[in-house]
Design a protein around this ligand. Structure first.
Ligand code: NAD
Ligand code: UD1
Length: 337
């Protein structure tokens, strides 16, 4: 098949491109590069032997989208493009609504016009809001605590309305937990601009000396060691989940399906730091700091539905996540020098 990846040059998109190419699909990436570089195609080609087609464009530009569908016989779309920083979404809500909600509406219009009705959408565990019970299954009530989360929730509702209006759509809503790590080659990974907001890239930058010290946000949560617990999932496993979802919607009778992509295991901040230190033989200096506003004590998935319906489950453990994240950081530090 030929798969269009919006946001395909980004962190998760580039790993999905590798997985799709390795499975024999043709990949077209459509990305405005507001948070990525077009040369990721070179790295994807180094890994797979085949380069994805890179189209520079914005999902808010309907004419550019129509052109992509005219130029390529697209069978399905995986929609990664969007803005994802929670703090930034509080400061710049309109940018988030415009990119994530309006941009998605433009994409869906273009798909409809082109007669392409297979879609995999990048949603997030953030749509569960503060957990009412754990593990989180797909029927847990949804809510949003910040503008970023609200954009994901609005798009989920938009997709539900679309599926109800036309039963020929085949839509997979994938709710990611905490993607971390990098491809085993160390060639692609997460390289955020500026100071990272998320734990894993912050840890790798402290380990490499680019940042001085990690602040552990809160050590008085009701968790085994008092620090926040999350469901970290290796990005290569996450990418494989997209292949399984694409395969499933190809033979699915429901117009819309929802699956969690997580491991089902919760790890604390200190688990992650200590595993990083042990696996990579490095020290990660840290201090305890106050809780971060909006954080919950613990959040982890029930991966049962994905296992039953997609035949997919995460294979890689925390040691592989922190090892691959560090391999990528080492190469990225060399490249940036
Ligand atoms: P990323 O920023 O690395 O990738 C997103 C890509 O989309 C970037 O390459 C960016 O340049 C592009 N993009 C943004 N706005 C665009 C627009 N208007 N038009 C075209 N391209 C545009 O982020 P990621 O971590 O790879 O996340 C991919 C998706 O997964 C996002 O929708 C994100 O909200 C979702 N998600 C990510 C996480 C996570 O922890 N990384 C967790 C849950 C959900
Ligand atoms: C955050 C977002 C979430 C988004 C996800 C992936 C918030 C409240 N949530 O999730 O919506 O889907 O990123 O982009 O921002 N931590 C530290 N020190 C740090 C950074 C993080 O102690 O410097 C802790 C946090 O308090 C948390 C854990 O590490 O307990 C994971 O944090 P992070 O990587 O930011 O992910 P989430 O908060 O789970």
């Amino acid at each position: 098949m030929t798969i269009l990846l919006t946001g395909g040059a980004g962190y998760i998109g580039s790993h999905a491109a590798v997985a799709l190419i390795e499975a024999g699909h043709a990949v077209v990436c459509f990305d405005n590069h507001c948070n990525s570089k077009p040369d990721v195609a070179v790295q994807v080609e180094q890994i797979t032997g085949n380069a994805p087609i890179m189209v520079t464009g914005d999902i808010r530009n309907r004419a550019a989208l129509d052109q992509v569908f005219a130029d390529h016989a697209i069978d399905a779309v995986i929609h990664f493009a969007g803005l994802k920083a929670v703090g930034e979404s509080v400061a710049l809500p309109l940018e988030y609504y415009e990119n994530n909600v309006w941009g998605t509406a433009c994409l869906l219009q273009a798909m409809k016009a082109a007669g392409v009705r297979k879609l995999v959408f990048s949603s997030s565990a953030t749509v569960y809001g503060a957990p009412q019970y754990l593990p989180l299954d797909e029927t847990h009530p949804r809510s949003a605590t910040n503008p970023y989360g609200r954009t994901k929730l609005i798009v989920e509702h938009m997709l539900e309305d679309l599926a109800a209006s036309d039963p020929d759509w085949r839509i997979a809503v994938l709710r990611y937990f905490n993607p971390v790590g990098a491809h085993a080659s160390g060639l692609i990974g997460e390289d955020p601009n500026g100071i990272p907001n998320n734990l894993m890239p912050y840890v790798t930058r402290v380990a490499s000396g680019r940042l001085d010290q990690l602040s552990v946000f809160g050590n008085d949560y009701d968790t085994p060691d008092g620090t926040g617990v999350r469901d970290y999932i290796h990005v290569v496993d996450l990418a494989a989940g997209h292949l399984a979802a694409l395969d499933r919607i190809g033979r699915e009778s429901r117009a819309l399906s929802v699956w969690n992509l997580g491991t089902g295991n919760g790890h604390s901040v200190l688990d992650l730091v200590r595993t990083f230190e042990a696996v990579n033989g490095l020290a990660v200096p840290y201090r305890f700091a106050p809780r971060r506003a909006g954080d919950v004590a613990a959040c982890y998935a029930s991966p049962d539905l994905a296992r039953e319906e997609l035949g997919w489950e995460a294979q890689r453990d925390l040691a592989q996540m922190v090892g691959s994240a560090w391999s990528f950081e080492k190469l990225a530090t060399t490249r940036n020098r």
